[in-house]
Design a protein around this ligand. Structure first.
Ligand SMILES: NC(=O)C1=CN([C@@H]2O[C@H](COP(=O)(O)OP(=O)(O)OC[C@H]3O[C@@H](n4cnc5c(N)ncnc54)[C@H](OP(=O)(O)O)[C@@H]3O)[C@@H](O)[C@H]2O)C=CC1
Ligand SMILES: CC(=O)N[C@@H](CCC(=O)OP(=O)(O)O)C(=O)O
Length: 349
């Protein structure tokens, strides 16, 4: 069994790690931290886990306990993994960080967007960006994984086939994205209150959201040159889910492109990807179709055979957008079957 620890076990991504790992035949959760709930049994705080973790108890984060694990997940706010990751790696413990601490390669850029100094710039070179559909081979040999953010996962998976094929003008990409409220975490915040978030929808971060540089970095890698991206996130009245509507201008004259070519491009790009589902032509994927699962469902459209391509991509922000993708990375790092523990279908409705 692979022994794992979770730092930040009371948050939404922490409890989602526990739910998914309870079904993983090769992994045992041996340590889980919370400063505010230390001493409380996990199943007393989260009754959905009764019968699965009846003795596991939250404890204060402690480098010695965590250092005895094969791998540690950080499901913590930005900056926490900076402080602990180096020591764990020195002990031979692999680190899978769900926060943004190691996602940007440039420490100065990270400081600008996260409004704090980067706490571990010396680890950036070895950190691997954990999007398996782009970096599978590097992930297999990695000791430190930066799990992509939820919006960046949906946007990158949607744009990758078009950019890799050089089909669209990469200087004017537009990503219009919607998120459920669990994207904001479990901490009490006024915008997440029922009376604020239900029966209403709003954009936020339109002048610049911290996922912009992350998405730009990944898409620029795929394209080979720096991309120009407008990214506008929205908060929507649902609990889980990300819906990304992505626009691209075709470079070729529209009449040069056969109607079926775009569909075939997407199907070929993701033919061997266990967690990307290219839906039939004309589909409109729903966030509820990925609720609780690690799949990204994608559909590609070309309205009225014109020069604009519209890609629709949906994920569960807590699964493919965080905890499920983190487990997919662990499976790759430890030479397990990539889909292990992630095979159940979505809940419906
Ligand atoms: N929610 C989502 O959809 C997604 C979240 N993420 C990222 O994953 C990370 C976790 O998110 P989420 O689960 O939503 O967050 P939450 O706010 O719900 O939970 C944060 C957890 O971290 C612990 N924590 C907070 N501060 C510290 C600290 N200084 N040292 C140790 N533990 C700490 C908290 O417990 P306690 O204070 O008791 O110790 C809590 O368990 C964040 O970086 C987030 O940006 C990434 C993708 C999607
Ligand atoms: C709805 C909502 O508030 N979403 C969060 C993104 C959550 C997330 O993915 O966090 P990372 O920064 O770790 O990637 C936000 O916009 O800040």
């Amino acid at each position: 069994m692979i022994k794992v620890g979770i730092v930040g076990g009371t948050g939404y991504t922490g409890v989602e790690l526990l739910r998914l790992l309870s079904q993983h035949p090769e992994v045992s959760v041996e340590a889980i931290t919370s400063r505010s709930e230390a001493g409380v049994r996990v199943c007393d705080m989260y009754p959905n886990l009764r019968g699965h973790y009846d003795t596991l108890t939250f404890s204060e984060p402690d480098a010695k306990t965590l250092g005895a694990m094969d791998a540690v997940f950080f499901a913590t706010p930005h900056g926490v993994a900076h402080a602990l990751a180096g020591e764990l790696l020195q002990n031979g413990t692999r680190v899978i960080d769900l926060s943004a601490d190691f996602r940007l390669r440039d420490a100065d850029e990270w400081s600008r967007w996260y409004n704090q100094p980067h706490g571990a710039p010396h680890l950036l070179e070895e950190a691997v960006y954990g999007l398996p559909e782009m970096h599978r081979e590097a992930i297999k040999n990695a000791r430190l994984i930066a799990v992509p953010g939820c919006y960046p996962t949906a946007v990158q998976l949607g744009y990758l086939p078009l950019l890799e094929a050089g089909l669209i003008d990469a200087s004017q990409l537009i990503a219009d994205c919607k998120s459920g409220v669990t994207g904001a975490g479990r901490g009490a915040k006024v915008p997440s209150l029922l009376a604020e978030a239900s029966e209403s929808m709003k954009a936020y971060g339109a002048s610049g959201h911290r996922h912009l540089p992350e998405i730009r970095q990944g898409l620029s890698d795929a394209q080979g040159t720096k991309v120009g991206l407008t990214f506008v996130p929205h908060l929507t009245p649902m609990i889980r889910g990300i819906h990304a509507t992505l626009y691209g201008k075709l470079k070729a004259e529209p009449q040069e492109l056969q109607a079926q070519e775009l569909q075939e491009l997407f199907e070929a790009r993701y033919a061997n990807e266990p967690f990307v589902d290219v839906m039939p032509a004309g589909s409109h994927p729903e966030t509820r179709s990925v609720k609780g699962i690690n799949t990204c469902r994608i559909a590609v459209h070309r309205p009225d055979d014109g020069d604009t391509v519209v890609v629709l991509a949906v994920i569960d922000n807590l699964v493919k957008g965080a905890s499920g993708q983190a487990i997919q990375n662990l499976n790759l790092m430890f030479g397990l079957k990539e889909t292990q523990g992630l095979e159940a279908p979505a809940m419906m409705p």
